[in-house]
Design a protein around this ligand. Structure first.
Ligand code: SF4
Length: 228
């Protein structure tokens, strides 16, 4: 895949929504501090992403080969059974925001800084999603992320980063030995064309997840992905 860097886009942080997420009264002293932190983070932050197109070269019951890189996942194999191309991506709040938050020592302020970096990551993810829509015009898509399902574990970040080129030098995102991303406020995955409404969350039983995008369907795996 030839990676394309998506950076330098305009971004904003909705301070009102952020304060609501943090359960802070907009008129409180703490809210004023968070607004100041948002201003200082925005002054230094450079959220960014990379993406591209990769082609399905072969498939088996339990995996696919994309541009010569092997991926092992029954769910991915089934989801890509009619797809010929996919759109891998990595998006991040950026090293700049990470460095900004590293200078904060107070535990509560660091918690707020984390929420601000999460909002920056959301801006980067939206920018790369919009870029893929405009640039590749893939039609209706769904997405999968390594680590969100037992079937496609975090270790599959390895081949995804191999496919994505060199995220470390391109956008400053690297993998630890345990395949966690640094900066931690980063996301990776791939979009794929589909006529269905697949969401990882439909297969994920995690309770009370704040990021849940679809209800857990305990029979979905047996219905759609089980080999029988
Ligand atoms: S429910 Fe939460 S942990 Fe599970 S796949 Fe969805 S966002 Fe990820």
């Amino acid at each position: 895949m030839d990676p394309i860097v998506v950076s330098g886009f305009p971004f904003d942080i909705d301070a009102t929504a952020l304060l609501a997420n943090l359960r802070l009264d907009g008129d409180s002293e703490h809210a004023g501090i968070v607004r100041d932190m948002v201003r200082s983070a925005k002054a230094v932050a450079r959220p960014k992403a990379l993406c591209g197109v990769a082609y399905v070269q072969s498939r088996s019951d339990d995996g696919v080969v994309l541009d010569g890189v092997s991926f092992h996942s029954r769910v991915l194999a089934v989801n890509l059974k009619d797809a010929h191309r996919v759109f891998p991506y990595v998006a991040t709040c950026g090293r700049e925001a990470d460095a900004w938050s590293e200078a904060i020592s107070d535990v509560l302020y660091r918690y707020w800084a984390d929420a601000i970096k999460q909002a920056l990551l959301a801006c980067a993810f939206q920018a790369v999603r919009d870029f893929i829509e405009r640039h590749f015009q893939p039609g209706k898509t769904a997405r999968m992320n390594p680590g969100s399902l037992a079937d496609w574990p975090t270790s599959q970040q390895g081949p995804l980063f191999q496919l994505a080129g060199d995220p470390k030098s391109l956008i400053g995102v690297e993998l630890t030995e345990s395949f966690m991303m640094v900066p931690t406020k980063s996301v990776s995955g791939l979009f794929f064309p589909t006529e269905t409404n697949f969401e990882n969350c439909s297969l994920c039983p995690r309770e009370a997840c704040p990021g849940r995008r679809a209800p857990y369907d305990e029979n979905l795996y047996a219905r759609k992905f089980d080999k029988r």
